[in-house]
Design a protein around this ligand. Structure first.
Ligand code: KG4
Ligand code: ZN
Length: 357
């Protein structure tokens, strides 16, 4: 069973060929990040144009690398949300056209859940249920994963996402975009204790996150340093380290709380911030203490990619999922799933529990 995966939700144009939902034959990613850098963030129009311009060559490259032709594709899987609407529509149009022209089924896939599903590609021994932590530029979520289409959102950010906080703090410190890797590099080996930023835990029982107050605290600390004429390179490094420590501690604490509460013994981390070296270190230590199996996907599968879309698409197809040319994109993860939850709970009989929460 050969699945072609298509991912165009943000600035990465990616096509991948995956056999039997697990074996990645090719995973080609083109990023238009360099075209966005001077604007300090992703420009939606530039991103969708880049998908249009590079899509076909990325598709060709992915087939060539897999040593297969279009006629070998059994299933087309595509990201339908969340993401930038213009970008999503380019991928959806390509997927619908390919599915129609090849006479092969089409399955729409959620990008965020795919970030977690990737754990099953990376770790052959991983089994459901497991806890997922998604930390990207747009999302910070704790999710209980019971199956490919069976998940429950345990907590999410009420304001900025973790990656967004890294990017905004990097801007405050005068660093480049994206800010996460810069702060990671700057904060490495620094004294994280010279500055202290509060840990936004919200209430004791909540698994939700909040990072916007932390960003303001960093802003105020940097302003104070500026007024005192003390913004030295070393002060900047220490502020970066202290901020990073606060974010990572909160992510680790909430993940451990969620795992204990749900009785889960495996944790998969996905999204761009999963590359953060301090988060990796702190989570690994906590996982050892708690006896939790920790899966950090490799860098290639942490970034946005179509292999994860193909893998989840193949699993959904196995469960009977089929989409038509009427498949629509959605920009917002929580809004989409909360609405879906209500509809599904209403539609299902009382014997069958609702799968989306
Ligand atoms: O998942 P991703 O590639 O794109 C989205 O779907 O958002 O995540 C991008 C985010 C950016 O905010 C970036 O600053 C952050 O991931 N990031 C990092 C690191 N590498 C990327 N944050 C902290 N430490 C890193 N090493
Ligand atoms: Zn992503």
């Amino acid at each position: 069973m050969i699945t072609l995966g298509i991912e165009t939700s943000c600035d990465e144009t990616s096509f991948a060929v995956v056999r039997d939902g697990r074996e990645v034959l090719s995973n080609v990613v083109y990023s238009s990040l360099d075209e966005h850098r001077r604007f300090g963030g992703v420009v939606p129009e530039i991103a969708s144009r880049a998908h249009l311009e590079t899509g076909l060559s990325v598709l060709d490259a992915s087939l060539k690398k897999a040593g297969l032709g279009l006629e070998d594709i059994d299933l087309v899987a595509v990201t339908r949300g969340p993401g930038l609407m213009g970008s999503l529509l380019v991928g959806l149009a390509a997927a619908k056209a390919l599915s129609w022209a090849l006479g092969r089924p089409l399955v729409g896939v959620d990008h965020v859940i795919a970030h977690l599903y990737v754990g099953l590609i990376e770790d052959g021994d991983l089994r459901f249920p497991f806890l997922g932590l998604v930390v990207s530029g747009g999302h910070t979520l704790l999710v209980r994963m019971d199956g490919a289409s069976n998940f429950k959102i345990l907590g999410s950010t009420i304001d900025d996402a973790a990656g967004e906080a890294f990017d905004k703090v990097a801007k405050i410190l005068g660093l480049g975009y994206p800010g996460g890797p810069e702060i990671d590099r700057l904060g490495r080996g620094q004294d994280a204790g010279r500055f202290y930023f509060t840990r936004p835990f919200l209430s004791k029982h909540s698994l939700d996150f909040s990072f916007s107050g932390l960003k303001t605290a960093v802003y105020l600390a940097v302003e104070k340093l500026k007024k005192a004429g003390r913004v030295s390179p070393s002060a900047k490094r220490q502020v970066a380290a202290a901020f990073q420590e606060s974010v990572c501690e909160v992510l680790v604490k909430k993940s451990v709380d969620a795992a204990r509460r749900e009785g889960l013994k495996s944790l998969v981390v996905g999204g761009g911030v999963a590359a953060n070296s301090r988060l990796r270190l702190l989570l690994a230590a906590a996982a050892r203490r708690e006896g939790i199996r920790l899966v950090f996907p490799s860098a290639a599968l942490c970034q946005d990619n179509a292999a994860m879309i193909a893998a989840l698409g193949a699993a959904l197809h196995r469960e009977g999922s089929r989409d038509s040319a009427a498949l629509e994109a959605y920009p917002d993860f929580l809004r989409h799933h909360r609405l879906e939850h209500k509809t599904m709970a209403y539609r299902r009989s009382s014997k069958q529990p609702a799968r989306f929460h």
